[in-house]
Design a protein around this ligand. Sequence first.
Ligand code: NAD
Length: 261
Amino acid sequence: NYPELKGKVAVITGSSKGLGRAIGERYAKEGMSVVLNYRSSEKEMEEVIRGIEAAGGKAVAVKGDVAEEGLAEKMIEKAISEFGKMDIFVNNAGVQVEAKTHEMEFDNWKQIIDVNLNGTFLGVRAALKYFVEHEIEGNIINMSSVHEVIPRPGYTHYAASKGGVKMFTKSVALEYAPNHIRVNAIAPGAIDTPINEETMSDPEEKKGLEALIPSHVIGKPEQIAAVAAWLASDESSYVTGTTIFADGGLSLYPSFGPENK
Ligand code: NAD
């Protein structure tokens, strides 16, 4: 635990399930107040909030699509009206759809870029505006992926969006370093969340994925939430403009591993 996180206020997009949910729950355990977000799954969102409250935490939710202008501002306003301020903004919401590039509908491409990259821009812009205007040494965390460096056939739009998140994160971190606003990204490998439901429910596919990971272990959402807690804490106070990989070695060129010799 990080005692300095107690009383801090975080906004987390796409937090009705998966990694966003795990980050919200971890932050609440740290004594932070959280503003969560869902696009359509109201029932799931309510359950998450009830769980956090039952454990003694504070959480509220704002409905909306990160790809639409105005949601990030609404979430920050909610943070201020409910908890008095905003310290940490986590751009977590993300989507993926498989498609061969030569058959990919332009709308499909645009949807992925809209949510993963444009949504991150909108969140970052709103958070920066608030931090700069109030001279707050704030903290921004963007959810990237190992696919910010590992090419991903069948998901070229997804890889392009995360490559974009990587350079956007670095550029913003440099631009606002004089303001002492930290901006970092997290690159998860394969984590057991609803986004990977299909793979996880098919024993053969699951085995194939485990074989691909050097540690042969699929990650848990809590392991990503732990990185998000560290990045929010003062323990990482000199860290900005970087991506923290949490991937069981997936980005380490596994084909060069000892088992492939
Ligand atoms: P998930 O599908 O389990 O959850 C995604 C969350 O985002 C959900 O709460 C969903 O409602 C929300 N969301 C989706 N589109 C939205 C939109 N337009 N507006 C608002 N909310 C929206 O996925 P996850 O695995 O928890 O993924 C979270 C993030 O982590 C994504 O950015 C994803 O690319 C990234 N990531 C996940 C993995 C993994 O293996 N799970 C690996 C690398 C990166």
